[in-house]
Design a protein around this ligand. Structure first.
Ligand code: ADP
Ligand code: MG
Length: 484
C-alpha cells in the first residue's frame, strides 16, 4: 500500500464480551459451568416461561465492579436494566436483559505499552453487565441447526472502547491487557478459543485530518490475539484500497477467516436494527453504594500495572523482565515470594525467567505444579552470592538436582554433589602451576603480548578443578604466576 496508506488515518473501537466465572447465571440460580451436557443447566427462568422472574446476582455485580474499579471507571450508583428485544432461536425469551442508558461503569481506561516503549491509555466508553444467549450449532447435523441453552442467561460484561485505537498492534495489546486483568481479578478465564473472551472490532478509515469518521465495518470471530491483529491489518488495507478506487466502504458486519487471513461479508447493515429497548420491569433498580465500592476495592489483588511499576522502580528490573514476570499472577507472586528471602532482585528474576521457565516449558507444566518452593530458589542464589558455588554449577548442577529431590536442602545437596567452590589458595596454585608447566610456548606468547591466552589458561584450570575453583581467585593467581 505504501504511499496510499500514509494518506489515511485508521480509527478502531473494540467491544469485548467477557464471560464471568460466576457459579450461577446472571439472573437465576441455574448453574453456569462451561462444558456441561447440552441443555442440562436450564430452568424456566432462562427458557422464558411466562410468570417467572429474574433476580440480581451479587457475585456477578461484584466481578463487574472489580473490572470497573481496576480500569478507573466511574461507577453508576443507580442502574436500571433494559430489555433488548429481538427474535432468534437461541434467545428463548425473545429479549436479552442488558444495561442500556445506565451502564454499571463509564469512562476509565486501560494502559498499553507498545513495542517501541510508547505508553498509551485506551479510553473506555463503558462496561455493562448483560446476559448471554444460547449457542446455535450449525456443524453437527447436516439438515438441522442444534441449540444448546446452557449458555442462555450466563453473565457477560461488555467492555467498549472509544474509537481511539489506531493500529492492529494497539488493538492486540489492548485485548492482551484486558485478558491479563480479568485473569488477575479471577473473574474470567480469558480463553479466546472457547469464546470466554470475544472481541469485535469496529474499523473505519478517513483521510488524515478529516473532521468526520469514515463508515465503520464491524469484524467478528477473531479467536486469538494474533487474529485480532491480522484481521484489523487486513481490513484496514481493504478499506483503503476500496476508498482509493472510489468505491465507498459499506456499513456491514464481516467475519474473519483465519485460514485465508481475510475478512468476508456476513450481513449488510443498511438500517440500524431497532431493538426497542425499554426498562426491564421485572428487576428492581441496582443501587451501588460507595461502601460497596470501597469493600470491593479492598478485596482486590495488586494489579499487573501496579506490580510492573513496583518491579521496575523498587526492584530495578528492566521493562522486559517486569513485563514477563507480571504476565500472570502466579509468576508475579512466585517472584515476590523469592524476594521474601533474598535482596538479589535481579538474580531472582533471572532464575525465574531462565532456569525455572526453561524447566516448566521443557516439561510442559505450570508454575503451580513446580516442585521447588521460592525459598529454595533464594537459597541457590545465596550460595552463589556467598561464593559457595559458581553460577554455572548453580544453574546446571544444583538446580536440576534440587528439582529431582525437592525435599533436600540446597547446601547439603551441593556438598553431596561435591560442587562446593574451592577458594583455597594451595588447591588453585597447584592447578595453575600444572597448566602453565604444560604450555611453555603459550606462556611465552602471553608474555609477548597475546593477552587473550589468559582465557585458555583459565579454561584449563577450571576444567581440572571440576568446576570447583573460584574463578575470581583463579584469575588472580594465574595473573600473579604469569608475572603481573
Ligand atoms: P453501534 O451503535 O453501531 O453499536 P457504537 O457507537 O455503540 O456503535 O460503537 C461501537 C464501537 O464502535 C465503539 O467501540 C466505538 O468506539 C466504535 N466506533 C464508533 N464509530 C466508529 C467509527 N467510525 N470507526 C471505528 N470505530 C467506531
Ligand atoms: Mg453498540
Amino acid at each position: 500500500m505504501g504511499t496510499a496508506a500514509e494518506k489515511y488515518e485508521v480509527v478502531i473501537g473494540l467491544e469485548i464480551h467477557t464471560q464471568l466465572l460466576t457459579n450461577t447465571k446472571a439472573f437465576s440460580t441455574d448453574e453456569a459451568e462451561y462444558g456441561a451436557m447440552p441443555n442440562t443447566n436450564i430452568s424456566v427462568v432462562n427458557l422464558g416461561y411466562p410468570g417467572t422472574l429474574p433476580r440480581h446476582n451479587k457475585e456477578a455485580i461484584n466481578m463487574a465492579l472489580k473490572v470497573g474499579i481496576a480500569c478507573g471507571c466511574d461507577i453508576t450508583p443507580y442502574c436500571l436494566y433494559a430489555r433488548k428485544n429481538y427474535f432468534y432461536a437461541d434467545l428463548p425469551k425473545g429479549y436479552q436483559i442488558t444495561q442500556d442508558k445506565t451502564p454499571l461503569c463509564e469512562n476509565g481506561f486501560v494502559a498499553i505499552k507498545k513495542e517501541n516503549g510508547e505508553e498509551k491509555n485506551i479510553q473506555l466508553t463503558r462496561i455493562h453487565l448483560e446476559e448471554d444467549s444460547g449457542k446455535s450449532i450449525h456443524d453437527m447435523d447436516m439438515y438441522h441447526s442444534l441449540i444448546d441453552y446452557n449458555r442462555a442467561g450466563t453473565t457477560l460484561i461488555e467492555i467498549v472502547t472509544e474509537p481511539v485505537i489506531k493500529t492492529g498492534e494497539e488493538a492486540g495489546l489492548f485485548v492482551s491487557e484486558v485478558r491479563k486483568l480479568v485473569r488477575y481479578l479471577e473473574v474470567c478465564d480469558g480463553n479466546m478459543e472457547e469464546g470466554s473472551l470475544r472481541c469485535d472490532a469496529n474499523i473505519s478509515v478517513m483521510l488524515k485530518g478529516a473532521s468526520e469518521f469514515g463508515t465503520k465495518v464491524e469484524v467478528k470471530n477473531m479467536n486469538s490475539i494474533s487474529n485480532v491483529r491480522k484481521a484489523i491489518e487486513y481490513e484496514t488495507a481493504r478499506q483503503i484500497e476500496s476508498v482509493e478506487a472510489n468505491i465507498p466502504v459499506v456499513q456491514e458486519t464481516r467475519s474473519f477467516d483465519a485460514v485465508k487471513g481475510e475478512t468476508f461479508s456476513m450481513r449488510a447493515k443498511e438500517v440500524a436494527t431497532d431493538y426497542r429497548y425499554f426498562p426491564e420491569p421485572d428487576l428492581p433498580p441496582l443501587v451501588v453504594s460507595q461502601e460497596w465500592i470501597n469493600e470491593t476495592r479492598e478485596g482486590m489483588p495488586k494489579l499487573p500495572g501496579e506490580l510492573y511499576k513496583e518491579f521496575t522502580t523498587v526492584y530495578g528490573l528492566s521493562h522486559y523482565d517486569a513485563q514477563v514476570i507480571t504476565e500472570n499472577k502466579e509468576t508475579a507472586q512466585y517472584y515476590l515470594q523469592i524476594l521474601e528471602h533474598t535482596t538479589n532482585y535481579k538474580a531472582a528474576a533471572n532464575y525465574l525467567m531462565g532456569a525455572v521457565r526453561g524447566y516448566l516449558n521443557r516439561n510442559a507444566i505450570e508454575l503451580s505444579d513446580f516442585a521447588l518452593q521460592p525459598l529454595q530458589i533464594a537459597e541457590i542464589i545465596r550460595l552463589i552470592d556467598e561464593g559457595v558455588i559458581s553460577n554455572a554449577v548453580g544453574e546446571q548442577t544444583l538446580f536440576p538436582a534440587l528439582v529431582e529431590s525437592p525435599s533436600r536442602k540446597a547446601k547439603e545437596l551441593a556438598e553431596e554433589l561435591n560442587v562446593i567452590q574451592n577458594s583455597d589458595d594451595d588447591f588453585i596454585i597447584d592447578l595453575v602451576q600444572q597448566v602453565l608447566g604444560e604450555f611453555p610456548d603459550k606462556v611465552e606468547a602471553y608474555k609477548n603480548g597475546k593477552k587473550g591466552l589468559l582465557g585458555l589458561f583459565m579454561g584449563e584450570v577450571m576444567k581440572r578443578s571440576g568446576g570447583k575453583a573460584d574463578p575470581k581467585m583463579a584469575t588472580k593467581l594465574l595473573r600473579e604466576a604469569l608475572g603481573e
